[in-house]
Design a protein around this ligand. Structure first.
Ligand code: ZN
Ligand code: MN
Length: 151
């Protein structure tokens, strides 16, 4: 199966995908939701809700943070975005929904995509977990981004 990465979608395709996903879950297409989705597709920075609010406000000045937040959750709910949650309660959003590893900065919290993927048998090498059915994995590399450095 070909994995369509969002980056390969034209704005028209992205809108069609969004309309279909919303309609199939009984929800309305709105310009706010479309703007939030477009921004998620065009960035690889894994923005927070605040980041998305700042970016989308340039296009829709009267949009509220609450609307941005609800739009993000709607996108996650219909499978068009992934919510990355962290132990400190913060969250970031990813418009790329195929499984892929991330690298997270321990200082500023920046999240980057990691190129490449693990061998198909990597999960099997971990061995079974007794009393647990594995559905997939989340892999996160931790370290320091270029801007933060080690200190
Ligand atoms: Zn950093
Ligand atoms: Mn990602």
């Amino acid at each position: 199966m070909e994995v369509r990465t969002p980056a390969r979608m034209s704005p028209a395709e992205a809108e069609a995908v969004l309309r279909r996903a919303l309609e199939s879950t009984g929800q309305r297409f709105t310009e706010q939701r479309a703007a939030v989705y477009r921004y998620l597709l065009e960035t690889d920075r894994h923005p927070t809700a605040d980041d998305v609010f700042t970016a989308v406000r340039a296009e829709i000045p009267d949009i509220s943070l609450a609307t941005v937040y609800k739009s993000l959750e709607t996108l996650v709910g219909c499978g068009l975005a992934v919510k990355l949650t962290y132990g400190d309660g913060s969250a970031r959003y990813d418009g790329r929904t195929d499984p892929h590893p991330h690298a997270r900065c321990l200082s500023c919290g920046a999240v980057l995509d990691v190129p490449g993927k693990l061998e198909a048998d990597a999960l099997e090498r971990l061995g079974p977990v007794e009393g647990f059915e594995v559905e997939g994995y989340r892999l996160e590399l931790v370290g320091y981004c270029e801007a933060c450095g080690r200190n």
